[in-house]
Design a protein around this ligand. Structure first.
Ligand SMILES: *Cc1c(COP(=O)(O)O)cnc(C)c1O
Length: 362
């Protein structure tokens, strides 16, 4: 078998090896079906089973209450930046946004094209190295919803609990920490997540929406953008991204049965992040974390070296050593180690050893 490297990519990202091996084994013909998942009709009983099992496993993982719909959509998390206001922001109404990084800014920018939106808080002044304190969040009690980004993938800041939203429906872009820990879904109006960070491959976006928020889109809304229509058709108003949904389903089973659920995966994620942050904090200032300590992400660890030259050399040598995808996003610079659910602890340990060696030689 071809050897695998440690993949620190922010997304698409590492998948569990057992999922890849099962997909490989069953790719030629799904057991009992005699056709590949790539060939099977989305209207067939075989695919019905794939999508309903994926939904059931996700419902079990997150304990999703019965009054929420689970949708498997297309267009990425980026299309949700528009679909959320199209469906939830009434004419003449306004929505609040908390901005803690580029993705929140992106959501805000798209919503602005469709209606009235307010910045309830922003940490742009310090290049998104922190979360707003509760007292900094200025809510409009009349807002249609409060949008936030639970984990800002580029800057590496993550909410450990929901911002206080009063009576406003909370809407969350959970793309990069979805199913990385337990979440009380009943506190949310709507959760969305592009699959390609933690849940599966690119191609599907998962939306969890409270039923009373459906049916609010204006009559002019295109059918493909109307949550109610998509929910009514069980995510199959048109051909769904069958393969991506299939792999997500295998990942959910892996999380439930091999890992043992979201409490377990959170404990593993905490351990991995701790090893890496400890290496940064004990480097006598050689490595400098971007996010303030109490806002640090368990998923995306962002840090700098003393100079850009050293950062370039680090990335080059790390890549050669089988530590791939560590280059940070240009808006932060430096390095970013994305260590999602499926990223093995051994890869974090190897990175930490590499960091030690690199610092000693420099
Ligand atoms: C990756 C990412 C997105 C964009 O997802 P697409 O599926 O590429 O549209 C949006 N929000 C967050 C938090 C992300 O990490």
């Amino acid at each position: 078998m071809t050897e695998r490297v440690f993949n620190f990519s922010a997304g698409p990202a590492v998948l569990p090896e057992s999922v890849l091996l099962q997909a490989q084994r069953d790719l030629f013909a799904l057991p009992g079906v005699g056709m590949s998942i790539l060939e099977v009709s989305h209207r067939s009983a075989a695919f019905e089973q794939v999508i309903s099992e994926a939904e059931a496993d996700l419902r079990a993982l997150l304990a999703i209450p019965d009054n929420y719909k689970v949708l498997f959509l297309q267009g990425g998390a980026s299309l949700q930046f528009s679909m959320v206001p199209i469906n939830l922001l009434p004419a003449g109404g306004s929505a609040d946004y908390i901005l803690t990084g580029s993705w929140g800014q992106g959501a805000f920018k798209e919503a602005k094209k469709l209606g009235s939106v307010r910045e309830a808080a922003s940490t742009a002044a310090t290049n998104f190295d922190r979360l707003p304190a509760p007292g900094e969040i200025n809510l409009d009690p009349q807002a249609a919803y409060l949008h936030f980004t639970s984990n800002e993938t580029i800057f590496g800041v993550e909410f450990q609990e929901e911002p206080v939203a009063g009576d406003l429906p909370l809407v969350c872009d959970m793309s990069s920490d979805f199913i990385s820990r337990p979440v009380d879904v009943s506190r949310y109006g709507l959760i969305y997540a592009g699959a390609q960070k933690n849940a599966g491959p690119a191609g599907t976006t998962i939306v969890i929406v409270r039923e009373d928020l459906l049916g609010k889109a204006p009559a002019s809304t295109p059918a493909m953008l109307d949550y109610q229509n998509l929910a009514k058709n069980g995510s199959m108003y048109n051909t769904p991204p069958c393969f991506s949904i299939y792999i997500c389903g295998l990942v959910f089973k892996w999380l439930r049965h091999e890992i043992g659920g979201l409490d377990k995966v959170l404990a593993l994620n905490r351990e991995k992040a701790q090893i890496l942050y400890d290496a940064i904090d004990s480097s006598d200032g050689y490595y400098r974390g971007h996010a303030q300590k109490d806002c640090r992400s368990l998923m995306n660890v962002t840090f700098r070296l003393p100079s850009e030259d050293l950062e370039k050399r680090f990335i080059k040598e790390a890549t050669a050593a089988g530590l791939d995808g560590l280059k940070g996003h240009r808006s932060v610079g430096g390095l970013r180690a994305s260590i999602y659910n499926a990223f093995p602890r051994a890869g974090v340990e190897k990175l930490v050893d590499f960091m030690e060696d690199f610092r000693r030689k420099a």
